[in-house]
Design a protein around this ligand. Sequence first.
Ligand code: URA
Length: 214
Amino acid sequence: MPPAPRFEGPVSDCPLCPRLADFRHTNRRQFPDWHNGAVPAFGPLDASLLIVGLAPGLRGANRTARPFTGDYAGELLYPSLLKFGRAAGIYGAEADDGLKLVDCRITNAVRCVPPANKPTPAEQKTCRSFLVAEMAAMPKLRSILVLGGIAHAAALSTLGLKKSAYPFKHGQTYSLEGKLSLTDSYHCSRYNLNTRVLTESMFHAALKQAISVI
Ligand code: URA
Protein backbone atom coordinates (compact mmCIF):
# COMPACT_ATOMS: atom_id res chain seq x y z
CA MET A 1 0.00 0.00 0.00
CA PRO A 2 1.44 3.45 -0.87
CA PRO A 3 2.05 5.67 2.18
CA ALA A 4 -0.77 8.09 3.05
CA PRO A 5 -0.09 11.64 1.83
CA ARG A 6 1.22 14.09 4.41
CA PHE A 7 -1.37 16.47 5.77
CA GLU A 8 -0.73 20.17 6.11
CA GLY A 9 -3.62 22.06 7.67
CA PRO A 10 -4.16 25.75 6.96
CA VAL A 11 -1.52 28.18 8.14
CA SER A 12 -2.56 29.92 11.34
CA ASP A 13 -3.16 33.21 9.52
CA CYS A 14 -4.95 31.53 6.59
CA PRO A 15 -6.03 34.21 4.07
CA LEU A 16 -8.46 32.06 2.04
CA CYS A 17 -11.71 33.43 3.57
CA PRO A 18 -11.48 37.25 3.72
CA ARG A 19 -14.39 37.64 6.17
CA LEU A 20 -12.87 35.10 8.59
CA ALA A 21 -9.42 36.68 8.24
CA ASP A 22 -10.92 40.13 9.04
CA PHE A 23 -12.73 38.69 12.06
CA ARG A 24 -9.52 37.07 13.24
CA HIS A 25 -7.61 40.35 12.92
CA THR A 26 -10.31 42.17 14.90
CA ASN A 27 -10.17 39.49 17.59
CA ARG A 28 -6.40 39.71 17.68
CA ARG A 29 -6.62 43.42 18.51
CA GLN A 30 -9.29 42.82 21.13
CA PHE A 31 -7.83 39.64 22.66
CA PRO A 32 -4.08 39.74 21.97
CA ASP A 33 -3.30 36.79 24.26
CA TRP A 34 -5.58 34.36 22.43
CA HIS A 35 -4.65 32.01 19.60
CA ASN A 36 -6.87 33.83 17.02
CA GLY A 37 -5.80 31.60 14.14
CA ALA A 38 -6.90 28.57 12.19
CA VAL A 39 -7.29 25.84 14.83
CA PRO A 40 -5.34 22.67 14.06
CA ALA A 41 -7.00 19.28 14.44
CA PHE A 42 -6.31 17.28 17.60
CA GLY A 43 -5.30 13.61 17.73
CA PRO A 44 -3.28 11.24 15.60
CA LEU A 45 -3.61 10.91 11.83
CA ASP A 46 -3.54 7.12 12.15
CA ALA A 47 -6.77 7.12 14.19
CA SER A 48 -9.72 5.02 13.05
CA LEU A 49 -12.31 7.47 14.41
CA LEU A 50 -12.64 11.04 13.12
CA ILE A 51 -15.00 13.49 14.81
CA VAL A 52 -15.97 16.47 12.68
CA GLY A 53 -17.30 19.58 14.43
CA LEU A 54 -18.54 22.83 12.98
CA ALA A 55 -16.00 25.58 13.71
CA PRO A 56 -13.99 26.91 16.67
CA GLY A 57 -15.93 28.85 19.27
CA LEU A 58 -14.72 32.42 19.84
CA ARG A 59 -13.79 32.05 23.52
CA GLY A 60 -13.02 28.34 23.34
CA ALA A 61 -11.03 26.72 20.53
CA ASN A 62 -10.20 30.13 19.02
CA ARG A 63 -8.61 31.07 22.33
CA THR A 64 -6.96 27.77 23.28
CA ALA A 65 -5.95 26.53 19.78
CA ARG A 66 -7.47 23.07 20.30
CA PRO A 67 -10.86 21.99 18.92
CA PHE A 68 -13.73 22.15 21.45
CA THR A 69 -11.28 23.11 24.21
CA GLY A 70 -12.75 25.77 26.46
CA ASP A 71 -16.00 25.64 24.46
CA TYR A 72 -19.31 24.68 26.07
CA ALA A 73 -19.55 21.78 23.59
CA GLY A 74 -16.26 20.40 24.91
CA GLU A 75 -17.81 19.95 28.35
CA LEU A 76 -19.81 17.06 26.94
CA LEU A 77 -17.50 15.90 24.15
CA TYR A 78 -14.31 15.35 26.14
CA PRO A 79 -15.85 13.60 29.20
CA SER A 80 -17.75 11.37 26.72
CA LEU A 81 -14.49 10.45 24.95
CA LEU A 82 -12.92 9.68 28.34
CA LYS A 83 -15.94 7.54 29.29
CA PHE A 84 -15.70 5.48 26.09
CA GLY A 85 -11.92 5.09 26.14
CA ARG A 86 -11.16 7.42 23.25
CA ALA A 87 -9.28 9.89 25.44
CA ALA A 88 -6.87 9.47 28.33
CA GLY A 89 -5.98 11.91 31.09
CA ILE A 90 -8.00 14.77 32.46
CA TYR A 91 -9.87 17.35 30.41
CA GLY A 92 -8.87 20.72 31.86
CA ALA A 93 -10.38 22.98 29.16
CA GLU A 94 -6.91 24.24 28.16
CA ALA A 95 -4.66 22.93 25.39
CA ASP A 96 -1.88 22.14 27.91
CA ASP A 97 -4.06 19.91 30.13
CA GLY A 98 -2.17 16.81 28.99
CA LEU A 99 -5.28 15.11 27.58
CA LYS A 100 -4.52 12.58 24.83
CA LEU A 101 -6.92 11.19 22.26
CA VAL A 102 -6.84 7.42 21.78
CA ASP A 103 -7.35 6.18 18.21
CA CYS A 104 -9.43 9.30 17.67
CA ARG A 105 -8.96 12.66 15.96
CA ILE A 106 -11.09 15.78 16.20
CA THR A 107 -11.31 18.34 13.45
CA ASN A 108 -13.70 21.05 12.28
CA ALA A 109 -15.55 21.60 8.99
CA VAL A 110 -14.39 25.24 9.19
CA ARG A 111 -11.10 25.88 10.98
CA CYS A 112 -11.35 29.58 11.80
CA VAL A 113 -13.90 31.10 14.14
CA PRO A 114 -16.80 32.59 12.17
CA PRO A 115 -18.82 35.60 13.33
CA ALA A 116 -21.91 34.42 15.26
CA ASN A 117 -20.75 30.80 14.82
CA LYS A 118 -22.11 30.87 11.27
CA PRO A 119 -19.73 30.12 8.42
CA THR A 120 -21.09 31.05 4.98
CA PRO A 121 -21.57 28.37 2.31
CA ALA A 122 -18.53 29.81 0.47
CA GLU A 123 -16.38 29.53 3.63
CA GLN A 124 -17.54 25.96 4.18
CA LYS A 125 -16.61 25.12 0.60
CA THR A 126 -13.21 26.80 0.78
CA CYS A 127 -12.26 25.09 4.03
CA ARG A 128 -13.39 21.70 2.73
CA SER A 129 -10.12 21.32 0.81
CA PHE A 130 -8.41 20.79 4.18
CA LEU A 131 -10.87 18.09 5.20
CA VAL A 132 -10.31 16.36 1.85
CA ALA A 133 -6.56 16.36 2.44
CA GLU A 134 -6.93 15.36 6.08
CA MET A 135 -9.13 12.36 5.38
CA ALA A 136 -6.81 11.26 2.57
CA ALA A 137 -3.97 11.33 5.10
CA MET A 138 -5.77 9.01 7.55
CA PRO A 139 -4.89 5.51 6.37
CA LYS A 140 -6.82 3.70 9.12
CA LEU A 141 -9.96 5.84 9.06
CA ARG A 142 -13.07 3.64 9.54
CA SER A 143 -15.65 5.77 11.28
CA ILE A 144 -16.64 9.43 11.06
CA LEU A 145 -18.87 11.01 13.70
CA VAL A 146 -20.29 14.26 12.40
CA LEU A 147 -21.65 16.83 14.82
CA GLY A 148 -24.51 18.64 13.13
CA GLY A 149 -25.73 19.24 9.60
CA ILE A 150 -22.81 21.37 8.40
CA ALA A 151 -20.24 18.75 9.43
CA HIS A 152 -22.45 16.07 7.85
CA ALA A 153 -22.56 17.99 4.55
CA ALA A 154 -18.80 18.63 4.69
CA ALA A 155 -18.00 14.94 5.19
CA LEU A 156 -20.30 13.86 2.36
CA SER A 157 -18.94 16.45 -0.07
CA THR A 158 -15.41 15.46 0.90
CA LEU A 159 -16.24 11.90 -0.10
CA GLY A 160 -18.06 13.00 -3.27
CA LEU A 161 -21.41 11.70 -1.94
CA LYS A 162 -24.85 13.30 -2.31
CA LYS A 163 -26.79 14.61 0.68
CA SER A 164 -30.03 13.33 -0.89
CA ALA A 165 -28.73 9.77 -0.62
CA TYR A 166 -27.58 10.26 2.99
CA PRO A 167 -29.91 12.69 4.77
CA PHE A 168 -28.83 13.95 8.19
CA LYS A 169 -30.56 12.02 10.99
CA HIS A 170 -29.37 11.98 14.58
CA GLY A 171 -28.23 8.49 15.60
CA GLN A 172 -28.10 7.18 12.03
CA THR A 173 -25.03 5.28 10.88
CA TYR A 174 -24.47 4.98 7.14
CA SER A 175 -22.15 2.44 5.56
CA LEU A 176 -20.23 4.31 2.90
CA GLU A 177 -17.82 2.97 0.34
CA GLY A 178 -15.15 0.51 1.44
CA LYS A 179 -15.02 0.05 5.18
CA LEU A 180 -16.02 3.60 6.04
CA SER A 181 -19.07 4.48 8.19
CA LEU A 182 -20.64 7.84 8.93
CA THR A 183 -22.63 8.43 12.13
CA ASP A 184 -24.77 11.54 12.61
CA SER A 185 -25.19 13.37 15.89
CA TYR A 186 -26.79 16.67 16.66
CA HIS A 187 -24.08 19.13 17.57
CA CYS A 188 -23.35 19.19 21.32
CA SER A 189 -23.80 22.97 21.37
CA ARG A 190 -25.09 24.93 24.34
CA TYR A 191 -28.31 25.65 22.43
CA ASN A 192 -28.99 21.99 21.56
CA LEU A 193 -28.22 20.85 25.11
CA ASN A 194 -30.23 23.59 26.81
CA THR A 195 -33.25 22.95 24.58
CA ARG A 196 -32.77 19.17 24.99
CA VAL A 197 -32.65 18.69 21.22
CA LEU A 198 -29.63 16.66 22.33
CA THR A 199 -29.25 14.99 25.71
CA GLU A 200 -26.15 13.44 27.23
CA SER A 201 -27.56 9.95 26.72
CA MET A 202 -28.41 10.66 23.06
CA PHE A 203 -24.86 11.87 22.53
CA HIS A 204 -23.36 8.87 24.29
CA ALA A 205 -25.46 6.52 22.15
CA ALA A 206 -24.26 8.17 18.92
CA LEU A 207 -20.62 8.09 20.03
CA LYS A 208 -20.93 4.46 21.12
CA GLN A 209 -22.45 3.62 17.75
CA ALA A 210 -19.61 5.38 15.88
CA ILE A 211 -17.07 3.41 17.91
CA SER A 212 -18.87 0.08 17.52
CA VAL A 213 -18.51 0.08 13.72
CA ILE A 214 -14.70 0.28 13.81
N1 URA B 1 -15.58 24.19 19.18
C1 URA B 1 -15.07 23.55 18.11
O1 URA B 1 -13.85 23.44 17.97
N2 URA B 1 -15.92 23.05 17.22
C2 URA B 1 -17.25 23.13 17.34
O2 URA B 1 -17.96 22.63 16.48
C3 URA B 1 -17.75 23.78 18.47
C4 URA B 1 -16.90 24.30 19.38
